[in-house]
Ligand binder design. Structure first.
Ligand SMILES: NC(=O)c1ccc[n+]([C@@H]2O[C@H](COP(=O)([O-])OP(=O)(O)OC[C@H]3O[C@@H](n4cnc5c(N)ncnc54)[C@H](OP(=O)(O)O)[C@@H]3O)[C@@H](O)[C@H]2O)c1
Length: 297
């Protein structure tokens, strides 16, 4: 028997596509995307721009979910920095409206937030650490978290770390991009001074499953266990995929003039999630699993 119907927004995005390409079988699924069809056979999909007035209510009326897993967002840090007013709508106003409408209807709401709500100066950050964002995207996500919880106290806020894996036909991820370049013998410039604890989309998906199955409410950190710079991650990738590590070029953040400030180290304390059964295997193992799946060549 189905445990209920999950509506996943952001179905054409990196995380949404990864959730919907291998959905947990004991739930019924429906996807929502904006511009693109995620091209997943058998998926019931509603395409709508959630920033249009009335779109959230129309979506809930049409999808009739029991739970909304809201992953839709504008995730480009520099685009958010360049146009905070224009990007605030999708990153803050839409999750707040969705949470309010879900609360009115007695629906569960799970919101994917980000480690970017922290400044990166004093890691590790646990769920009680006060948000202290240093860029517009982080401020939008932190404000969304606060508004979601005010509108829907039973909502779950899952803070995700940097994620990697195969991306759907219309989504992007840094890992397939690195792999394509390295396979072509092209150099890849990677930070040595910015630390993250990444997880594969598979691990992230399992974390979200646990949050949902355990009826988590409030904030939950779903980070990885290994904190490393992208340069070190690139070296691990070369080892697993058999690329020449000499193609990796070490760079510092200051050398690449980004519009948005980037937190140096957003390591999340995930003890709350570990206690619920969430686990992040060693990164080398996650990469080997990904390679064996053969989705990224
Ligand atoms: N990827 C990461 O490493 C990472 C790290 C930390 C946190 N997160 C969080 O995880 C979540 C998923 O991120 P992601 O990387 O999967 O994002 P993504 O690949 O950029 O996908 C964004 C999704 O949002 C949809 N969307 C954007 N504007 C919309 C609108 N106006 N109406 C309806 N849908 C709209 C897009 O639809 P169309 O493409 O069809 O227009 C797309 O499906 C986000 O909440 C993000 O903040 C991600």
């Amino acid at each position: 028997m189905s445990k209920g119907r999950i509506l996943v927004t952001g179905a054409s995005g990196f995380l949404g596509w990864n959730l919907l390409r291998a959905p947990w079988e004991d739930w019924e699924w429906i996807g929502c995307s904006n511009r693109y069809d995620p091209e997943l056979p058998g998926l019931r999909l509603i395409q709508t721009d959630l920033t249009v007035p009335g779109a959230v209510v129309e979506l809930l009326d049409a999808a009739k979910p029991d739970l909304v897993l809201h992953t839709a967002a504008l995730t480009d840090l520099n685009a958010c920095e360049a146009d905070p007013a224009g990007t605030q709508q999708i990153n803050t106003d839409v999750p707040a409206t969705l949470a309010r409408r879900c609360a009115e209807r007695g629906l569960r709401f799970v919101f994917t937030s980000s480690d970017m709500v922290f400044d990166g100066i004093r890691p590790p950050y646990d769920e009680d650490s006060p948000p202290c964002p240093i860029n517009a995207y982080g401020r939008q996500k932190a404000e969304a978290e606060a508004q979601v919880l005010a509108a829907h106290p039973g909502a779950a806020i899952c803070r995700m770390p940097l994620m990697f894996g195969a991306a759907g036909p219309h989504a992007h991820n840094f890992l397939p991009e690195w792999i394509a370049k390295l396979a072509a013998g092209e150099p890849v410039a990677l930070f040595t001074d910015e630390f993250r604890a990444p997880v594969s989309a598979t691990v992230a998906r399992e974390g979200l499953r646990i949050a949902i199955e355990c009826h988590v409410s409030g904030v939950l950190h779903l980070g990885g266990k290994e904190r490393l710079a992208r340069y070190a991650f690139g070296a691990l990738l070369c080892q697993v995929w058999g690329f020449d590590p000499g193609l990796l070029q070490p760079v510092t953040r200051s050398a690449l003039n980004f519009t948005a400030a980037r937190p140096a180290d957003t390591f999340l304390d995930c003890r709350r999630a570990w206690a619920l059964g969430y686990d992040a295997p060693p990164l080398e193992e996650q990469l080997r699993t990904l390679k064996a799946e053969g989705r990224i060549s």
